[in-house]
Design a protein around this ligand. Structure first.
Ligand code: CP
Length: 324
């Protein structure tokens, strides 16, 4: 069985194949009938132990557009609240016959545990685990950057070599930052992290990126700036600079955004805390790709599901859309 657990597991060729396949899926989304028969008869479970808006809905849309049978499971309201373990939950799903599990979990390593266990014989896709990884977020971000910075057609077969990407904010608690650093490095981009020292992880000097504490000096050299949410739910008060101090030094407002090159884009994985890491003026500007990222998430997740589960089905471009 093949799984997607970490962006670090992807080679450059794997990643470019996923991005190119996502472009094919995007063409399907431009058709009046957006559905493909590729996963007809396959069952995918969305197993969410942590809250989500974008990832959960996006995976569900991607699965349905590929004609999979979809089962949605959220820990709230399930027998997890009665103390049921991940193992028992997984074995329950196995008994029902599932082909893939998309899992979000608060514990770093939970998807890896599932993928390497004998509890379940399904492909496992990590939809975000603790502070560890969120590989499909990194893929949809890379897709968005390639489209905006290289071009929709010109980007096919290409990576992000030489592009300068700045990731700003709460890196310590961010699986999005970790996944992006791994994938962007594989794709040849140069990544700089900007964060308060208290919101950088121990050992960040061994990551495949640079670190700066001065956002204003990095912005003029940034092709893309990715703002991160401050994850207060994962920290105690000792970690946290005051909101005002944080916004003053690490927040992106219109004046700061003007320091970026004209072609530079502003990204955010969502959910955004407007007024904290990003002002409404920036979030609602043409340079901010946050809504585009959400749309691209469906194409990218369709590509991942297709490549993991599609088997010998015909290539997307030759597959006929279905009307049900
Ligand atoms: N970007 C992201 O993972 O958002 P959700 O938590 O809403 O899924």
């Amino acid at each position: 069985k093949r799984h997607l657990i970490s962006a670090a597991d992807l080679t450059r060729d794997d990643a470019v194949l996923i991005l190119d396949t996502a472009e094919e899926m995007a063409r399907v989304a431009d058709r009046p009938i957006k559905k493909l028969p590729t996963l007809r008869g396959r069952t995918v479970v969305n197993l969410f132990f942590e809250d989500s808006t974008r990832t959960r809905i996006s995976f569900e849309a991607a699965e349905k557009r590929l004609s999979a049978d979809v089962i949605n499971f959220t820990a709230k309201g399930s027998s997890v609240s009665k103390g049921e373990s991940l193992k028992d939950t997984a074995q329950t799903l196995e008994a029902m016959g599932v082909d893939a599990v998309v899992i979000r979990h608060g514990a770093s390593g939970a998807p890896y545990r599932l993928a390497t266990s004998d509890w379940i014989d399904a492909a496992v896709i990590n939809a975000g685990d603790g502070t560890h990884q969120h590989p499909t977020q990194a893929l949809l971000d890379a897709f968005t950057m390639r489209r905006r910075l290289v071009g929709r057609d010109a980007g096919l077969g290409q990576d992000l070599a030489g592009k300068r990407i700045t990731i700003v904010g709460d890196v310590l608690h961010s699986r999005v930052a970790r996944s992006n650093v791994d994938l962007l490095h594989t794709l040849g981009a140069e990544v700089t992290l900007v964060a308060p020292p208290t919101l950088l992880p121990v050992g960040v000097d061994h990551w495949t990126c640079d670190v700066s504490y001065d956002l204003d000096s990095v912005l003029p050299k940034s092709d893309a700036v990715m703002m991160l949410r401050v994850q207060r739910e994962r920290m105690n008060a000792a970690f946290f600079p005051t909101e005002r101090e944080y916004s003053r030094r690490y927040g992106l407002d219109g004046e700061r955004m003007a320091r970026m090159p004209e072609h530079g884009i502003v990204m955010h994985p969502g959910p955004m805390v407007r007024g904290m890491e990003i002002t409404a003026e920036v979030a609602d500007s043409d340079r901010c790709t946050v809504i585009e990222q959400v749309a691209n998430g469906v194409h990218t997740r369709m590509a991942v599901l297709y490549l993991l589960l599609g088997g010998n089905e015909p290539a997307v471009s030759h597959a006929r859309p279905v009307d049900s």
